[in-house]
Design a protein around this ligand. Structure first.
Ligand code: ATP
Length: 234
């Protein structure tokens, strides 16, 4: 579904991503893990068209997307939940969700998707008229995920959904990610929390200073000495 081939990304003189390749197949959860500054966010921003690669190709469902503007990329079926959530404060929960459907013209489809999201995140239904900025961190993460799902993406990109959340919320968010997969949405997950990200991943890639240094199934990576030593304190 998504094929990233040999991309490099520069910020001025800094090469933040170096010749990285990976792929995500339809129906999978794929996790990219790595420490602070490994280049994870840069890769996601490159896929969604917010940053341009200095070399390489990105294909989504067989079509090149590395030169498209972000709106076109979203319209092709890809949605990103940014790091730190970025919900719109001053707007209600409902209005935030509606913003996620700005490319969807069909009103009936919008209300059906909204129903589905309220089913999956009952707390958002309860809080639908509340200002988004008054939600807790975990609730804001749910809202950001719900907002991305409003465009009914085929591929959901999640940037550090566990960041700043209490363990109980992390578990809940990761249960929801598995539900999202079961309902047919493919997921690319970027995480520093290697343990939980690999435990739900079909496959994973380990990034270090802009390079892919290891890849394998979620299980294999969790069990590998390198991952145990570098990320799990083992
Ligand atoms: P984190 O988990 O801390 O967000 P990350 O793995 O997502 O880390 P990136 O945010 O992609 O890493 O950053 C990769 C490298 O690129 C870092 O060295 C960072 O300082 C640098 N970088 C990121 N954004 C910019 C920018 N706008 N200008 C210059 N350098 C940047």
């Amino acid at each position: 579904m998504l094929k990233v081939e040999n991309i490099s990304v520069h910020y001025g003189m800094i090469e933040a991503v170096k010749n990285v390749s990976f792929e995500v197949k339809a129906g999978e959860i794929v996790s990219l893990i790595g420490a602070n500054g490994a280049g994870k966010t840069t890769i996601l921003r490159t896929i969604s068209g917010l940053v341009r690669p200095s070399q390489g190709r990105i294909q989504f469902e067989g079509k090149p997307i590395e030169k498209l503007v972000p709106q076109k990329i979203v319209a092709s079926g890809l949605a990103q939940v940014p790091e730190g959530r970025h919900v719109f404060s001053g707007l209600s929960v409902m209005e935030n969700l509606e913003m996620g459907a700005y490319l969807v013209k069909d009103k009936k489809k919008i209300s059906e998707t909204l129903e589905m999201i309220f089913d999956r995140f009952p707390i958002l239904a309860e809080r639908k008229n509340q200002d988004a900025s008054t939600l807790s961190g975990g609730e804001q993460q749910m809202l950001a995920m719900g907002r991305a799902l409003m465009s009914q993406p085929k591929l959901l990109l999640l940037d550090e959904p566990s960041m700043g959340l209490a363990p109980i919320f992390i578990q809940e968010i990761f249960n929801i990610i598995q539900e999202i997969k079961k309902q047919g949405t493919t997921v690319l997950l970027i995480e520093q929390n290697a343990k939980i990200a690999l435990s739900i991943a079909d496959r994973g890639y380990v990034l270090e200073t802009g390079n892919v240094v290891l890849k394998g199934s979620g299980k294999e990576l969790l069990a590998s000495d390198e991952v145990q030593k570098a990320y799990l304190g083992g």
